[in-house]
Design a binder for this molecule. Structure first.
Ligand SMILES: [Zn+2]
Length: 216
C-alpha cells in the first residue's frame, strides 16, 4: 500500500540532488531497514528537496520520505536514525494505516510536501489520520513509536542516548525558529519533559540492544 502515491509524490516534488545528504539518508535508512520487522517491505528512501519542511514519514510498505528541512535538526547519523526509527515504528505498529483511500493519501502527502498540512484541509487530514505527518497520533502511539524507534536505532548500532540529544536539539531549534508557533514535526510530535523522561526510561533496555551490536 502506498507505492503508487509515493511514485506520484516523487514526480510532483523536487528530489534533492545533494550527494552528501542523499548518502547519509541511504546509509542510515538501510541500517534501520535491516532491523525493522516490516514484513514485505519494499524499502525505498527518498530525500525531497524541501528546505522549509522539517518532516519525514514512512508508508506501511516501507516507502520513506524525508524532507530536507529536517536535516539541519537531525544533524548527524544518529539524529536521523532517531527520526527514521520513530517513523518506521509507526508503520510497523500499523498506527492508523487503515481507512485511507489512495486519493486521500496522495493529497495528504502533497499537503505535507507543500508544508501546509497543519493549517489547511483540516478535514482531509483528519480523514487521512496516520503516518505521523499530518495529524498527531495518540499519546500511547507516540510512546510506542518512541519505544520501538529507540530499540531499532540501538539494534542498528546507533547510540540510543542520541535520541534524547535529538529531541532536546529539536526543542531548541523550535524555540529559535518557531516564532512562537510550533514547527510542523513538533505539532504532530508534542515535545514536553514527559516525552524526554519516557525515552530516558527506555534507555536501559535500548543500551542492552546497543551493546549486543558490539558498539561502545
Ligand atoms: Zn510519531
Amino acid at each position: 500500500m502506498g507505492s503508487q502515491e509515493f511514485e506520484k509524490l516523487k514526480k510532483s516534488t523536487p528530489i534533492s540532488k545533494d550527494a552528501t545528504m542523499n548518502a547519509q539518508l541511504q546509509r542510515v535508512g538501510q541500517r534501520i531497514a535491516a532491523v525493522a520487522p516490516l514484513p514485505n517491505a519494499q524499502w525505498e528512501f527518498v530525500l525531497f528537496d524541501k528546505p522549509d519542511v522539517p518532516n519525514a514519514f514512512c508508508l506501511p510498505g516501507g516507502k520513506v520520505g524525508v524532507f530536507s528541512g529536517i536535516l539541519p535538526i537531525t544533524k548527524d547519523d544518529a539524529g536521523l536514525a532517531t527520526v527514521i526509527g520513530h517513523e518506521v515504528a509507526h508503520a510497523v505498529a500499523r498506527h492508523g494505516a487503515e481507512r485511507m483511500s489512495q486519493d486521500t493519501l496522495f493529497q495528504v502527502l502533497e499537503e505535507v510536501a507543500l508544508g501546509r498540512s497543519s493549517d489547511t484541509n483540516r478535514a482531509l487530514i483528519q480523514q487521512a489520520y496516520g503516518f505521523g505527518v499530518a495529524l498527531p497520533h495518540s499519546r500511547d502511539q507516540e510512546l510506542e513509536a518512541d519505544h520501538l524507534g529507540v530499540l531499532y536505532m540501538a539494534r542498528a548500532g546507533y547510540n540510543p542516548h542520541e535520541a534524547v540529544t535529538f529531541w532536546k536539539r529539536f526543542a531548541d531549534y523550535n524555540n529559535q525558529h518557531g516564532g512562537g508557533k510550533q514547527i510542523e514535526f513538533l505539532s504532530t510530535h508534542p515535545l514536553d519533559s514527559k516525552r524526554i523522561s519516557q525515552i530516558e526510561g527506555l534507555l536501559p533496555q535500548a543500551d542492552n540492544e546497543y551493546r549486543k551490536t558490539g558498539a561502545k
